[in-house]
Design a protein around this ligand. Structure first.
Ligand code: ADP
Ligand code: MG
Length: 673
């Protein structure tokens, strides 16, 4: 149903909704709160509530004149009475606000009370009519994600979502048996509970139903993939040349690495397709494990391909591995989509005739034009950036191709077995000896000058610096560009500094990363786009602004970008939050360096918004965290998918179709944020 069917939405406003990705009434209903604001009770105005955020009833009395403070900045003060006491509400840049009030009528106001001389003031409060329980109520008020790209605010979202729920007839096709078995509520109840909860319990029940459907979607794609690739016949590899391989390495392998090599050998020689996941923390040394598999494929006369999620990462692998393969007379080539036509044609030809032994690249390795000579092995690095779909793709490129995927995502074994049902698991739970711990320091923002001055000293000593900030598009967070401008002016006016974020053009990003590797850029300001795999050994300072906005697992991944060379490395976590929870979480990072421990602690200490709200893990993504938090529900969903596929009734098919349509896209990628 079109948005303009709603009362009060015309073309202009519909456009603003579109900027939030909301095109239909259905989208509106599926626009889920990122958090809830809990208002425990109605308060009375007085000194007890000074400096507190409270909900207060007020009778509107009068308005001041509009005060122009400077160009484009005005203020107006409204007078209210609560239980005989006068208080004021100050509004900025809202010149016509008094029109929303009628003298002598009662309203609700929600905001922080401050003492202003002898007066009590609320600055920019949220307001509603006294009997309006959509905008403001005692209890849980939904807080929706906003965007600086759209004028849509909380009030409008709350209003129109409520309206949508009243007029839309939500059809729930879930089979009764599934509903009872999984103990979930109906979709109707779920949407009402999510958007207009009467209590915490209701939110949790609603969330359970929506999560269940989403988990089904994810498990459905896993099940489909398993059908495609698990237990199929695979090429038999002869295992030879191990001694030469080990000798060629500049270091001794850890026991965990040695163990992984043996498991890979067993997989490759038994005549069944290998489907193995190597899971190991950042820096645990997964690349040499993959390298061994690539090497074995070449010795057996097979081509192999290694796939990385970004060109930057693929190039990095290529640069690292080329020298090694050259020594064994194995030809390696680099393939990515931004190559010129001539370059591509040349690479395709080398692949087609079998001259290229090892192909290292991005998604381009799956492109239609690539014809493999005799592909025997596919390695996928940083699996969590791809997801289930790619694993299926490779099957189309060669009949009996072995697959090895690598991931730094730390998840408990039981969950890993569910999520990666179609894979066997190897855990690399040991780091190479002699690594220097990354000195990690958490500072409240008052110490941020020292942090940047410290970074400047490191730059003077020839090092490079990362500065990471939370988001590129949000209503209440400084953008990457703004951070860049601010710190450039304040600290790095004499240095080469650039910024990078995910929405930039591919070649712009490449250029910046290349310059950063080459040492031409001293300070790189970025979003989490640099989170995965980047390996610049000369960068030894990582500054994370707004560190409280990240999950601890993400902080851990980010921190893993430094500490890759011989130099001592440093990670600074900056946050202006004074919340006890934030302090506890960020301090934990100072003492802990184990990805798995960090992930568990993260789960234990996540804020209420993370538990009740729906985090935006990005379109086309599945948040592993969610599965980890709801282990039991996830496993239930996995069982349910098996049941639904087995009991092929019309009712079951209808539900699977609904899940497939609504969630399949969402589950193509797995993220960890
Ligand atoms: P990740 O598991 O994060 O992909 P890498 O494979 O990139 O880790 O390895 C990180 C660094 O450690 C690389 O520079 C690599 O050469 C080095 N490395 C790997 N294994 C060992 C080892 N056994 N001893 C010493 N250094 C190692
Ligand atoms: Mg790696």
């Amino acid at each position: 149903m079109e948005l303009t069917k709603l009362k009060g939405i015309g073309g202009k406003r519909a456009e603003e909704f579109e900027n939030l990705g909301i095109y239909t009434v259905g989208d509106l209903i599926n626009y889920l709160p990122r958090d809830y604001e809990y208002i425990p009770k109605l308060e009375s105005i007085g000194k007890d509530v000074i400096d507190k955020k409270v909900l207060i009833k007020g009778e509107y009395l009068s308005s001041s004149r509009l005060i122009k403070i400077r160009k484009n900045f005005s203020m107006i003060k409204l007078r209210f009475k609560n239980e005989g006491s006068i208080f004021y509400a100050t509004f900025f840049n809202n010149p016509f606000i008094s029109r929303s009030f009628k003298k002598g009528h009662m309203y609700k106001l929600y905001g922080k009370v401050v003492k202003n001389g002898n007066n009590l003031d609320m600055a920019n409060p949220v307001i509603s009519k006294i009997d309006d329980n959509v905008m403001l109520k005692v209890g849980y008020n939904p807080v929706y994600p906003l965007s600086s790209k759209s004028k849509i605010n909380q009030r409008l979202l709350r209003k129109y979502i409520r309206q949508s729920l009243e007029i839309v007839d939500i059809k729930d096709v879930i089979p009764k048996k599934v509903m009872e078995d999984a103990d979930v509520i109906s979709l109707n109840e779920a949407y009402a509970g999510i958007h207009m909860p009467s209590g915490r319990d209701e939110i949790l029940k609603a969330k359970k139903r929506l999560d269940f459907d989403e988990f089904l979607g994810f498990n459905l794609s896993i099940a489909m993939n398993k059908k495609l690739s698990y237990g199929e016949k695979g090429n038999v590899f002869k295992i030879e040349g191990k001694e030469e391989y080990l000798k060629s390495l500049p270091f001794d392998l850890t026991n965990a690495q040695k163990n992984a090599l043996v498991q890979i050998e067993d997989d490759l020689k038994r005549g069944v397709k290998m489907n193995r996941l190597i899971q190991g923390d950042v820096g645990s040394g997964k690349t040499v494990i993959a390298q061994y598999a690539l090497y074995l494929a070449a010795l057996n006369g097979y081509q192999s391909v290694m796939l990385a999620p970004t060109k930057i990462l693929a190039k990095q692998h290529y640069d690292n591995l080329k020298g090694f393969f050259d020594k064994f007379n194995i030809k390696s080539i680099f393939l990515h989509s931004k190559m010129t036509k001539a370059e591509k044609d040349e690479a395709y030809e080398k692949i087609r005739v079998g001259e290229a032994g090892v192909i290292i690249g991005t998604h381009a390795v799956f492109s239609k034009a690539v014809e493999y000579h005799n592909l025997g092995l596919c390695v996928i690095d940083e699996q969590h950036r791809f997801g289930v779909e790619q694993r299926g793709l490779i099957t189309k490129k060669g009949g009996r191709v072995h697959t090895l995927v690598m991931s730094a995502t730390p998840i408990p074994r039981t969950l890993a077995l569910s999520i990666y049902k179609d894979l066997d698991l190897t855990v690399v739970n040991e780091k190479p000896k002699g690594r220097k711990a990354i000195k990690t320091k958490y500072y409240n923002l008052d110490n941020y000058e020292n942090t940047y001055n410290f970074a400047l000293k490191q730059i003077d000593a020839g090092r490079q610096v990362y500065v990471v900030c939370p988001s590129i598009d949000s209503d209440d967070i400084e953008s990457v560009e703004d951070t860049y401008n601010r710190i450039k002016k304040e600290f790095f006016s004499k240095n080469s500094i650039e910024y990078i974020h995910g929405k930039m053009k591919e070649d712009e990003k490449d250029k910046i990363m290349e310059d950063f590797y080459a040492g031409k850029i001293q300070v790189l300001v970025s979003t989490t786009v640099i989170e995965v795999g980047i390996d610049n050994k000369n960068a030894n300072v990582m500054i994370i602004e707004g560190a409280d906005r990240f999950g601890l697992a993400t902080l851990h991944q980010l921190r893993g970008r430094v500490g890759r060379g011989d130099e001592q490395s440093f990670c600074f976590l900056l946050s202006s939050s004074s919340s006890k929870n934030v302090i506890e979480r960020l301090s934990f990072m100072e003492r802990n360096f184990d990805g798995f421990e960090i992930a568990l602690f993260d789960l234990k200490t996540r804020g209420i918004g993370d538990i009740l709200g729906f985090k935006q893990s990005g379109k086309g993504s599945f948040d592993i965290y969610k599965a980890m938090e709801n282990n039991d529900l996830f496993v239930k969903a996995a069982d349910t998918v098996e049941y639904l596929l087995e009991e092929n009734t019309k009712e079951n098919r209808t539900y699977l179709n609904y899940i497939n349509k609504k969630y399949f896209l969402e589950t193509k990628n797995i993220t960890w944020n």
